[in-house]
Design a binder for this molecule. Structure first.
Ligand SMILES: [Zn+2]
Length: 306
């Protein structure tokens, strides 16, 4: 993919440079003049070739947390919304990408770095359907943010769907299947809704913060886990991304959503080594900002913000 990505990026860089200031071109490479990277960043992400592809997945940079927008045809799916304080950034991003309504909102699990901004996002973009893990009474959090999420969902009038493995739906031309959770766990991370999205030969796997127990259950379930693009579990923590799990997924691209200098030390070096061992190219929001990986069902096209 690296080769392909380079091929695609070069014309983009040229367009970006021309768009900004034609007069800078003769000076490129000289001291004091913005380089290609700066020009690309300033040109933003909206004019890229990914816009035209039938399936576009946006890993929105929300610092330490997760927020992923999936677009295909007229359909939009949001997985998580980042910690509190990201709502304005996320709703502006949705607006800039012509989202009028969310067909599905997946709240992977009740942790604040995933659902923290969802109450405001739901108020601005009332979803048709909300997919959440079904929690036992004992495992249902009493946190303020979870209560606010449930209130926002209720007020939105959305249909609430308890995530069940095997459930599937169409997203434009793509298909989405729920893979996990496969059991009731006391650990909120292990309750993460895991979804696999496919278009043609290409597959994406979104794992929330699923850790070792859920990964083992997914492997034992016999479900197809293979994915060209993996949203790496739990921000690249060593408690996720077991060797056997990564071997089954066998990703070409691995996206880690984490904040610069986060206090957890995510991503852990053990995870990066394991991803490297399966030959995955790693994309990190703390380094690249928002990352888009789009496809026509045959190959991947990648763009990023910084
Ligand atoms: Zn998390």
């Amino acid at each position: 993919m690296t080769k392909r990505q380079k091929k695609r990026l070069i014309p983009l860089l040229i367009i970006a440079a021309v768009l900004i200031v034609g007069s800078l071109l003769p000076s490129l490479g000289l001291p004091g003049v913005p380089g290609w990277d700066t020009l690309f960043t300033e040109a933003g992400l909206r004019s890229g070739e990914t816009d035209k592809l039938p399936l576009r997945v946006h890993f929105i940079d929300v610092g330490q947390g997760d927020c992923t927008l999936i677009q295909s045809g007229e359909a939009n799916v949001l997985i998580d919304g980042g910690k509190p304080g990201n709502d304005k950034k996320v709703t502006a991003y949705l607006k800039n990408h012509n989202v009028k309504q969310l067909d599905y909102l997946i709240a992977t699990h009740p942790d604040s770095d995933h659902i923290g901004s969802l109450p405001e996002i739901i108020a601005a973009y009332p979803p048709k359907n909300v997919i959440m893990p079904r929690l036992t009474e004992k495992n249902t959090p009493t946190t303020k943010i979870y209560t606010r999420l449930l209130e926002a969902v209720k007020n939105s009038g959305a249909k609430v769907i308890a995530a069940e493995p095997g459930m599937s739906c169409t997203i434009g031309e793509a298909k989405m299947e729920i893979i996990a959770p496969l059991a009731q766990y006391n650990d909120a991370n292990e309750m993460s809704v895991v979804a696999r999205v496919t278009l043609g030969k290409i597959a994406y796997l979104f794992t929330g913060d699923a850790e070792g127990k859920s990964e083992a259950a997914m492997l034992a379930s016999g479900k197809v886990l293979r994915a060209d693009v993996l949203k790496v579990g739990h921000h690249g923590s060593k408690t996720s991304s077991g060797k056997d799990f990564l071997a089954a997924v066998n990703p070409k691209a691995a996206v880690i959503s984490c904040g610069q200098g986060n206090s957890y030390g995510h991503p852990h070096s053990e995870t990066l080594s394991k991803l490297s061992a399966v030959g995955a190219q790693v994309y990190r929001t703390d380094q690249l900002g928002t990352i888009i990986i789009a496809t026509d069902g045959k190959e991947l096209v990648t763009q990023w913000e910084k």
